[in-house]
Ligand binder design. Sequence first.
Ligand SMILES: Nc1ncnc2c1ncn2[C@@H]1O[C@H](COP(=O)(O)OP(=O)(O)OP(=O)(O)O)[C@@H](O)[C@H]1O
Ligand SMILES: [Mg+2]
Length: 365
Amino acid sequence: MRVGVLGGGQLGRMLALAAYPLGMQVRVFDPAPDACAGQVAEHLCGSFDDEAALARFADGLDVVTTEWENVPADAARYLAAKLPFWPPVEALETAQDRLVEKTLFRDAGISTAPFVPVATKEALSLAIKQVGLPSVLKTRRLGYDGKGQFVLQTSEDEEPAWQALGSVPLILEGFVPFQRELSIIAARGTDGETRFYPLVENHHRDGILRLTLAPAPDLSSGLQQEAEAIATRVLDRLGYVGVLAIELFQQDGHLLANEMASRVHNSGHWTIEGAQTSQFENHMRAVAGLPLGPTDVNGNVAMVNLIGSTPPAADVLRIPYAHLHLYGKEPRTGRKVGHVTIVAPDAESRRDSVDQVLRLIGETL
Ligand SMILES: Nc1ncnc2c1ncn2[C@@H]1O[C@H](COP(=O)(O)OP(=O)(O)OP(=O)(O)O)[C@@H](O)[C@H]1O
Ligand SMILES: [Mg+2]
C-alpha cells in the first residue's frame, strides 16, 4: 500500500511513522524543501497549483490523504479524480471556511455560538447588534493557533477590529463563557466502522494549545455520548473516512461545537503512547481500507506542547512517565516543535509529571 499525504509537517511525519510498521509506504507533498516529514518519508517538493508536480506525486500511489488543512480545493479535486481520496474533498472545503463549517454544524442540529457572516463595515455593526458583546471576529479562512481573530469587549473595539481584519471575509461569533474546552477524535473506516477516543480537556494560552488531559477529568458518560453524537452527525453528513477532530466548548453541562479538523489533531497526539491505537495509525488504517484499532486509554495521560524551543532531551526523559517527540523543525517563536506525553498510573502522578514538564519549559497555565 502506497499512501500519499498532502502536507509534510509534523502531522505528516507522525502519520508516516505510524504507517511503516503496517507495511505501508508514504510519500508526502509539500512546497517547503525542509518539510519535516521529509526526514522520515519520501518527499515530493512542489507547489499545490502545479498539476505536473501533483501528477508526479500521484504516480504509483494507492490512496491520497491530507495532513494540512489549507490544501487548495483544486489540488484536492485534481487528485480525487485520479485516486481514492480520503477524507472527502467536501470535508476539507468545509473545515477551510468557518462560515461553511458552522453552517454545517447548525444544519446538522449541533449547537454552536451564535454567528453571522461579515463582509462590510456596516455588516459588522449589524452583526454586533445581532450577536451581542463580547464577541469574536474571525477570518473565515486560513486562521490557526488563534491567528486572524479579534475579541470585541465593547463597541470601542469595533473600529480596531475592522482595521485589523476587514480586508478579508469574516465571521462574527458570540463569545462563549465556557467552563472548559474539550475535543473529540473519531475514526471511520471505508466500511463505516467508527471508533471514538474519549473526550479530552484542552488548555490554551495565546490561542495555542499547550496542554491536553486524557481522558478529560470528571468525564460523565452523558458528555461522552453527546460528543459522539455530534461527531457522528458530521461523519454522516460528509460521508467521511479517516480521523476527524471536533473542538468543543463545555458550557453548563452541554457541548457547543467550535470547529472541526478533517485530519489528525494536536489534541490527539497523546494517543501515540496513551491509547491502544494512535490517531495516526487509525487514520492510516481507515484510508487504506483496513480494520480500525481499539481506542482505549492506557492510563492517566497528558500531552504538553513544546512551542518555540525544545528543552534538553535528557531533562524531559528524566521526568517519570515522560515520552519525548521532537519534530525536526527549526525552532521559531510560536512554532510547535515537539510534544511530551505523560502516561501515568494515576491522576496524582500525572499531575506531578505534568508540573515538572511545565516548569522545565517555563510554561504558566
Ligand atoms: N466564540 C468563542 N468564544 C470563546 N472563546 C473562543 C471563541 N472562539 C475561539 N475562542 C478561543 O480561541 C481559541 C482559538 O480559536 P479557534 O479554535 O476558533 O481558532 P484557530 O485559530 O483555528 O485554532 P486552532 O486551529 O489552533 O485550533 C479557542 O480554542 C478558544 O480558546
Ligand atoms: Mg481551534
